[in-house]
Write a protein that binds this ligand. Structure first.
Ligand SMILES: *Cc1c(COP(=O)(O)O)cnc(C)c1O
Length: 463
């Protein structure tokens, strides 16, 4: 299988190179040139298999020559061995026809671990084989950074630099990034918001000389391998609920559009994913774009669901690429308008194509808190604020007779302040990380300046 850029001007790559590269050299995102379709029998045969086995069967065709079967299976098993639940992504029923897909049993308590743990394994295997070294640079609103650091800490062939917006991540998120002791881990607190962090990372990738000099690699959700790993739990959830014989809808707390886009890949593979509902907080650029056909960047307003506090939703570009009939030139033009005019209008045809797959809704801060409180009272479950946004939006999008699965994207203990505000209860950390608040922190404060960041990265690399 080969990978092409959403802007149509970058070289076509195999899986391993697309994974190592992250952002394409024309500024676009890599996507597979074709998506393999599974037959009904193949899908039916997945029901009840261990998570790792489903992961292998779903991802195998996308990986191509990069790893042989036995190696790839070994990487998958190693990736999920540290999860705190045997099902990896258990489903929990919370209402008639309403389910939570719990994606927070990994080492940093958010769904990002599903992709990042696997990417860590795949990078290590590929780099060991080739003797190369890489500098991983990522931007985070909190959860990507902690998941990346957890996945790459202590690896020989990699330095990992994570930019997070100073003062805008939760204490648990921050400590998960600043407490690892390994010398190849570099947590950078940037003076700015998440979009600034993401913009500086993109600038570094677009500085091709710097990119080559430090062998830059990206593990943000623009990395195709991350999207791919997230396809798997849509398949396990759908088959648990009756696919291929029954359609299943999903509601996805959304920021960068990576998680929900993975659902659209499962759909294209033949899994009967009905509608994919994007749930946002008041930073609702994605919900507005899907509803009004206008992508208009606003200002980021901090919320209690900080992992969705963004106005530039990178993976939306992949959805646009599909909606524009895979016309890279059209996508490149929209992205140009986004840069110069802070927004763009989506064509009528593309709007229709998007509407066939995606719905959208938003939840206010008050609704989010009320949802956490009500769910505690009615079901006994404590929700993280992102998950609460999802459940709130899901309720308005349920179709008769179609199960609705809301993705529970983080553990409530990762966002204890919001949970306590809503319920009066402070959710405890799982015992395996109970000493997080006692470990010493290590972090570098940085200004929002490309040249300063590049100097810092050059001097800090351990190679
Ligand atoms: C990253 C994240 C999201 C948003 O996911 P995207 O793939 O960026 O849309 C939602 N909730 C939590 C807890 C997250 O960490």
């Amino acid at each position: 299988m080969t990978y092409i850029s959403t802007r149509g001007m970058a070289p076509t790559l195999g899986f391993e190179e697309a994974m190592m590269t992250g952002l394409a050299r024309d500024g676009g995102l890599y996507v597979p040139d074709t998506v393999p379709v599974m037959g009904r029998d193949e899908i039916a045969a997945l029901a009840g298999l261990p998570y790792e086995e489903v992961a292998f069967r779903v991802m195998r065709p996308f990986v191509g020559e990069a790893f042989d079967d036995a190696t790839f299976m070994g990487l998958i098993e190693a990736a999920y061995a540290g999860f705190g639940h045997p099902a990896r992504a258990p489903l929990k029923q919370v209402a008639p026809g309403g389910f939570l897909l719990e994606l927070f049993h990994g080492p940093t308590l958010a769904f990002k671990d599903f992709a990042m743990q696997l990417i860590g394994q795949m990078f290590e295997a590929a780099l060991t084989r080739s003797g190369r070294r890489l500098t991983i640079v990522g931007a985070t609103s909190g959860d990507t950074g902690s998941a990346a650091i957890e996945a790459f800490r202590g690896l020989d062939a990699v330095d990992v630099f994570i930019l997070y917006p100073h003062g805008r991540v939760s204490e648990v998120q921050r400590r998960q990034m600043t407490t690892p002791v390994e010398a190849n881990v570099h947590a950078l607190a940037l003076d700015g918001d998440f979009d600034d962090c993401q913009a500086r990372v993109k600038d570094m990738f677009n500085d091709l000389a710097f990119r080559d000099e430090v062998a830059l690699a990206g593990v943000n959700s623009i990395n195709w391998a991350r999207v791919l790993a997230q396809v798997v739990y849509y398949v396990t959830a759908a088959t648990s609920l009756g696919a291929p014989h029954r359609e299943v809808d999903f509601c996805v707390p959304t920021g960068n559009f990576g998680d929900i886009f993975a659902g659209s890949v499962a759909r294209r593979m033949g899994v009967p994913v009905g509608r994919l509902i994007a749930a946002t907080n008041h930073n609702d650029v994605v919900a507005r774009a899907l509803r009004d056909g206008e992508y208009r960047k606003g200002r980021v307003e901090p919320s209690r669901s900080p992992s969705m506090d963004i106005q530039v939703s990178s993976n939306f570009e992949r959805a646009l690429f599909d909606a524009y009939g895979r016309d890279g030139a059209a996508v490149a033009q929209l992205m140009d308008e986004l840069k110069t005019a802070d927004g763009f209008a989506i064509s009528q045809g593309a709007r229709q194509a998007l509407a066939e797959v995606y719905g959208a809704g938003r939840a206010s801060e008050e609704q989010t808190l009320a949802r956490i409180r009500r769910t505690r009272e009615e079901t006994g479950e404590l929700l993280c604020p992102h998950t609460a946004v999802g459940l709130e939006v899901a309720e308005g999008a349920v179709r008769d007779g179609v199960p609705m699965v809301t993705l529970a994207t983080a553990h409530p203990a990762k966002f204890p302040d919001a949970v306590e505000e809503a319920t009066g209860e402070r959710p405890p950390l799982p015992s395996r990380m109970a000493d997080l608040y006692e470990r010493p922190e290590r972090v570098t404060r940085v200004e929002n300046d490309l040249a300063a960041l590049q100097t810092l990265i050059r001097s800090r690399r351990t190679s």
